[in-house]
Write a protein that binds this ligand. Structure first.
Ligand SMILES: [Zn+2]
Length: 622
């Protein structure tokens, strides 16, 4: 079978924007909600188990349809952010879902208010719904009255949600102009990426500079959008809901103790020197005294050979199957059912993500495939996400999707399986070297970089409360970068605009630490895999198949991992430290891929960042 670059087929969700099926789904949800409203007067703390479970099943049935409608809107919009049908459907769905949520809100509020003893009785009998119910009760201290919750829901549609849609619509239509071989090319952000990570030092700088020229031109607007997002976060979560900090809102949603996240952030800061050492060493391999920020993803060998899509798909599938045939088969399903959009198109959302909709439906994956080694890694990454939820498909609609901190486990592990395969087959020393360096580049992008984003978010949210201007936020971002890189990299001024180009901090505040969480966890799991061999596999598959049916700390504790301990996180960094030491032993190639000649003196230019691994949950709103 040959694989080719395609647009995905959303018809399994709905045949089209104007289809009777789509309208029927809206009607169906409305009917179900009307019938659910009949429960209002019957809810008592001493409700019979059977009646309670009936309500849960009814609620799940409605969620499944809502998830599908939501996914159809969001995925159509991602496929073409300039499509007016998609834009208006997103608006319609958000409005509709908010109204429906408001009508059934009484159930959640009742459930949170049930006394401990009865709650325990009902949860005990709830089987796979138990964790979902337990988690809901965590929010009890932060829950408002029914009329207040309703207003929040409605104002979210035209407030933060609308703001984020606008941010996407504005930034996804940016066109970047880069002069290549004397001709000016007009590129999307995805098409700019190969230059940013490419072998030509002049083009790298030019691509970064153009990227931030465009973002800076809208800097004041994008900055204002961010300020609004942060203010809204504060108004709702701290002023009204009484969370102790902007970050702990995310932590509770992730069901991870504040203490574990703080430890993760502190241990990461302490280990930034591993990356400084790495960048200094990499400079020698790139053939310069000191790396510019433009050069940190530069290939160290002339090996950026393009991968044909068919070849890439086969490599990824084979590497998965080599770990476990079942995993290979699951990933195969995403291709077979045409749930993968790999094509590059104007207006299509940049980056990559995987959307899991209902337990029994094969997830949808979006990529922007340009044929570089990194795109192959991204394919493995997103298919890893797909496998994760497919392995958890025996759970219900509320619990099959893992919470964020574990959400990056299978994806990151998938990338490592791919790397393993590439290394085992590659004979060319230069290419092998490039693969090893890329592993470190990726570790930087997923761990250090993401934690520093989270540190910036924490600071920025506080600054916005003190009425900081966009320029002041940019200055704070620059300081954050200086601390992140130390003296290992030369930073140019335009990087101060990088933060307005990071969709995550707009979409899902504090999402980013989950990447570091997942990557460090996977390093430690991978180390176990190497030590234990086949006997490790059931343990790993058990973590994945738990999905979101249990607290992350509990799922991991069963595999012997304590996320509160500094030692655990340090273990992940020790793997990286070992990798850098290995790289330090490699002889420096006399003829690096392309010398970054004009390297060390690039003032007043621009640049941008990297891993646009945007993962959007299709249908979950908390
Ligand atoms: Zn991911």
């Amino acid at each position: 079978m040959a694989y080719s670059i395609k647009k995905w087929d959303l018809s399994e969700l709905f045949p089209g924007f104007n289809s009777p099926e789509l309208q029927a789904a809206f009607d169906n949800v409305e009917e179900q909600v009307t019938s659910f409203e009949g429960l209002r007067d019957k809810l008592k703390a001493d409700i019979e188990v059977e009646h309670f479970l009936e309500a849960m099943r009814a609620s799940e049935a409605t969620s499944r349809i809502v998830n599908k409608v939501y996914a159809f809107a969001e995925l159509s919009f991602a496929a073409d952010t300039q499509d007016q049908n998609a834009q208006s459907l997103v608006g319609r769905v958000q409005q509709f879902v908010a109204e429906m949520q408001n009508r059934v809100l009484f159930f959640d509020l009742w459930w949170k208010a049930v006394d401990e003893q009865n709650a325990e009785r009902l949860m005990k009998a709830s089987g796979d719904y138990r964790y979902y119910l337990e988690e809901m009760r965590h929010f009890k201290p932060h829950t408002l009255s029914e009329p207040e919750e309703k207003v929040v829901n409605l104002k979210d549609v035209t407030g933060p949600n609308a703001l984020i849609n606008l941010y996407d619509a504005i930034t996804n239509r940016y066109v970047f102009k880069v002069k290549v071989n004397g001709t000016v090319q007009e590129l999307t952000r995805a098409q700019l990426q190969p230059f940013i990570q490419g072998p030509d030092p002049v083009l790298r700088a030019r691509a970064y500079q153009e990227l931030y020229r465009v973002y800076a031109a809208d800097g004041p607007i994008l900055g204002q959008m961010y300020q609004t997002r942060a203010r809204d976060w504060h108004n709702e979560n701290i002023n009204l809901r009484k969370f102790s900090s902007a970050l702990s809102v995310r932590n509770l949603a992730n069901d991870v103790p504040d203490e574990a996240v703080n430890t993760l952030m502190e241990v990461t800061k302490k280990n930034s020197k591993i990356f400084h050492r790495y960048f200094k060493m990499k400079a020698k391999h790139v053939g310069v005294k000191k790396l510019r920020r433009y050069d940190i993803y530069a290939p160290v060998a002339k090996s950026d050979k393009p991968f044909k899509y068919d070849e890439a798909a086969k490599m990824v599938l084979e590497s998965f199957a080599a770990f476990d045939p079942k995993i290979g088969q699951l990933a195969q399903r995403v291709f077979d059912q045409n749930h993968l959009d790999s094509e590059i198109r104007k207006g299509k959302q940049g980056g990559a993500f995987c959307a899991s909709i209902t337990p029994e439906m094969t997830p949808y994956v979006l990529l922007n495939y340009t044929g570089r080694a990194r795109d192959v890694a991204t394919m493995a990454h997103e298919l890893g996400h797909a496998i994760h939820t497919m392995l958890a498909s025996h759970h219900n609609t509320f619990t099959f999707h893992s919470s964020l901190p574990l959400a990056e486990t299978a994806s990151t592990f998938g990338e490592m399986m791919l790397t393993e395969k590439l290394l085992s087959e590659e004979k060319d020393e230069a290419v092998r070297r490039d693969i090893l360096f890329k592993q470190m580049d990726d570790a930087f992008a997923t761990v250090l970089r993401q934690i520093y984003f989270a540190l910036f978010e924490r600071e920025a949210h506080e600054m916005v409360q003190k009425n900081a201007s966009t320029d002041e936020l940019s200055a704070a971002y620059m300081k954050n970068l200086q601390e992140q890189f130390g003296d290992s990299v030369e930073l140019s001024d335009e990087f101060k605009w990088e933060w307005v180009s990071i969709p995550h901090i707009y979409h899902t505040p504090f999402y980013v630490y989950a990447y570091a969480f997942g990557q460090l966890l996977v390093f430690s799991l991978y180390k176990q895999f190497k030590a234990e061999g086949d006997s490790f596999k059931p343990k790993y598959l058990k973590i994945l198949s738990a999905g979101g049916s249990e607290a992350p700390a509990k799922i991991l504790a069963q595999a012997g991992i304590d996320i509160r301990s500094e030692k655990f996180w340090q273990g992940g960094f020790d793997v990286l430290d070992g990798l850098v030491s290995e790289l330090e032993k490699l002889p420096v190639d006399a003829k690096p891929a392309a010398k970054a000649k004009a390297a060390s003196s690039a003032k007043g230019k621009k640049s941008k960042t990297v891993k646009a691994k945007v993962k959007r949950k299709a249908a979950k709103k908390r």
